[in-house]
Design a binder for this molecule. Structure first.
Ligand code: E4P
Length: 217
């Protein structure tokens, strides 16, 4: 499976890419805006932190397919291995088809239904990103959407991977992995929650105390 970090915060990427078995970093326009720097500055800085083998993702903002493709090509000038995130709307599907012909890898994003994800895969996307928490927040089930999308891809588009996104809790991530998602991207707070708990802290403190009481150091 593949684990990604969903942030453009350089301090967090430096810390978490050292600690966690990450395959790379995903971003979207809101994440880049929160980081307060343009992709022209962020992508080289992120690449420097995560190394040459990591996979990086950045999203196009254009609304017409030809503009999306041009934006994708410009982004690939910044990072030649970049995977281009494209919203799965009509123009986005047209852009994914063109990017596929140009052999530029893409991820279909803003996926709220399994059929939407399948269409992106059939258009040539390498990844599709169902928005788990946003689907839950609408009264649907992000988990069911991931399961059905994974089934569709296995049956009809096995070249494409589910990269589940939009998580607010570790439990959502665990459930998606158990249901078959082969990749997930997590925000910094959820990533931290995977290994931090008062119980772990208490266990480590007790080991240290027992050792000091026995050996004094
Ligand atoms: C990834 O493709 C998405 O852009 C991201 O995970 C959305 O997360 P959010 O719903 O927390 O904004």
């Amino acid at each position: 499976m593949e684990l990604y970090l969903d942030t453009a915060n350089l301090t967090a990427i430096e810390r978490l890419s050292r600690q966690f078995p990450l395959q790379g970093v995903t971003t979207n326009p809101s994440i880049v805006a929160a980081a307060g720097k343009p992709l022209a500055q962020l992508l080289p800085a992120i690449r420097e932190l995560v190394g040459p083998r990591a996979r990086l993702f950045a999203q196009v903002l254009a609304e017409r397919a030809d503009e999306m493709v041009a934006e994708a090509q410009a982004l690939r000038q910044l990072d030649p291995d970049l995977v281009i995130k494209v919203p799965v709307c009509g123009e986005g599907l047209a852009a994914i088809k063109r990017l596929s012909l140009l052999e530029i890898p893409s991820l279909g994003t803003a996926v709220y239904t399994p059929m939407q994800g399948l269409l992106a895969a059939l258009a040539g996307a390498s990844y599709v990103a169902p928005y788990v928490n946003r689907i839950d927040a609408q009264g649907g089930s992000g988990l069911v959407a991931v399961r059905e999308l994974q089934q569709l891809l296995t049956l009809h588009a096995p070249h494409c991977q589910v990269l589940a996104a939009s998580f607010k809790t570790p439990r959502q991530a665990l459930d998606c992995l158990l249901t078959g998602a082969s990749a997930i991207t997590l925000p910094v707070d959820v990533t931290d929650q995977l290994i931090h708990s008062p119980a772990v802290d208490a266990a480590l403190a007790k080991f240290r105390l027992d050792w000091q009481q026995a050996f004094g150091a």
